[in-house]
Design a protein around this ligand. Sequence first.
Ligand code: MOS
Length: 722
Amino acid sequence: MTSRVDGPLKVTGQAEYGADHTFPGLVHGYVVLSTIAHGEIEAMDVTAAKGAPGVIGVYSPFDPLELRTPSTAFMGETWVPLQDKEVAYYGQPIGFVVAETYEQARDAAMLVEVSYRSRPALTSLQDGLASAEDAPAARDGSPSTLAVLAPDVESIEDALAASSVVVEATYTTATQNHAAMEPHSAVAVWGPDGLTIHSGNQASDLQAAELADALGTKPSEVHAVNPFVGGAFGGKGRTSTPAFLAAAAARVLDRPVKAALSREQVFTATAGRAATVQKVALGADHDGTLNALRHDSWCSTAADRSFVEPTSHGTSREWYATRNLGISQKIVPLNIPPTTFMRAPGEAPGSFALESAIDELAVALGMDPIELRQRNNSNAPPGKDLQWSSKHLDECFRVGAARFGWSDRLPQGRTDGDWLVGIGTATAMFPALRFPATVEITLLPDDTAIVATSGADPGTGLLTVLSLVGGESLDISPDRVVPRLGDSTLPPGGMSGGSTATASAGTAIMVAAAKAIDDLLKLASSPGAPFEGMDVSYADGQVLAEGRTMSFGELLRTLNRPSISVTGSSAPGEELTKHSFSSFGAQFCEVRVHKWTREIRVSRMLGVFDAGRIINPTAARSQIVGGMIWGVSAALHEGLEIEANGRFANGDFASYLIPVNADIPEVDVHFVEYPDTLHNSVGAKGLGEIGTVGMAAAIANAVHNATGIRVRHIPIQIEDLL
Ligand code: MOS
């Protein structure tokens, strides 16, 4: 069984997402956004809005809803809406109008008159770079600069100067928005036991904790429910603005409140991917041995935040064996909407720079780009003693090259009629991580088992993983496992983020299943039980001893026991002191550039990945395909344009380009499968994010192969190839 257990509910429209919920007396909230990029709100005239038909409440920094700054940062953030009059970006939530219907709330929101005291706004990363020398480093504790130097080397500059061949270039990447299918939304209902919030999010238990903190209630008084989430990609890690506002408004109004962002509002009232500027310098010997690697990065950050897109740390820190490494990472505060984690934060834009630079070095050396990468394959991250637990990157390239027909590649590309055809490749890496997780397993008299953890399935297929790993661990068919996720009252499952969920939950399932079987066997051999005093064992869902078998359900029925319920937990531990952990991959693509119009088409794509054990081949392929397509999007389509006044010129689906089916060829995905049980007992290393890593560089490298033009920014556009 590899079909999604929730697939039928989703494709028949029966799956209830957050905003699908409705309750008697439900009212609707509409968020008001700022229309300047920087300044202070002097006044908000809400008279007309309050008098508009159906309006129940209008909230603003002058008449705020009761929300407090959480005492604990979630995803590095503590900001909550409407608590001060400062405007840090265009499209910042500054008001909330609640009315009987959605249309009434929206209409009244248009009547809110805001007067501002504007201040000069800085919205361009290029302009901001001028002052970036003093820019702060990340506040997540990672160092802003890092150098690993050979004993005889004074500085990374010396190492570069001593290299036979040096390439040095600056690469830039665009601001993006997650643009998940399900806009951020929430339905909040208060009852005698507190708040129930229905809102798509990447971790139901963390959302409940964050809301309780902001609302000043006990964690046990917030129940977050999100069995279905319509995409997240890092953009639903934190509690959303609609969820904060709906929860606070529902409390004062004593009515259920629904709030949903419009698609345009999603682009500013959530958070997106930073734009980056990255300077990469590579120094090598004539045989391709990398002697020095310098990677300096700057990323845009909202003026009132501190999130860093860790491009240097995410790629150059660990990807290649090099004797000398120098990296730096700075943020450039701008009057732009907040930035946050987005699928492969760091690695996605970082790999565009590093893997383009590696391709440039291959050209400078006259060496095959795959051979260059293999020559500098690392056994451990530079400067670290801990070897990779399991690394089959070489095999990814070998298998991929054969599958893709890499040996037919010509250094100057080829032509096919009016089309210039080129192929390109890039490395992909994403760290293998996991988080603490607890899972509850309940064995039932009907021979089924419930596997439950709070977490969330943002569309990745985690729910099905619970069935598959649960079935395997209990030695029963996965269709006898009832998986449960997305409810904060279940044991804490943590975040569906960082490509961790399968490893985190899967490991906890194995622990819980072993305990459940242990309890079952104790029960089976206890006094008065069918196997009293016998030496019992368990296989295939059955207790067995002395030639006799009994299913766990039958045993529970015989003993009149309603269930056996246990919890199992797992967390990263000692393995972190023994090895370094990562997933690996090799990306390939072919592009066709029209000789006269310069239209760029991706005609073939292949990704070969070493992501440890693959639990569900169908879902795994789907994750990777989605990531690779996002790579095409980043390379050729996607990017927010910021006007001087701080407004996104293309912050809607009419003008924010993303690939459509006609832009995407057949996508070939292959896994080299080596379970990594040094990382966790399930052996899965994670593959949610790695699919997008490297793909933009592979495309840019293919464009260079086809045209001889090196484009050092994404998205690549027709005018870049004129
Ligand atoms: Mo992902 S950026 O770890 O949700």
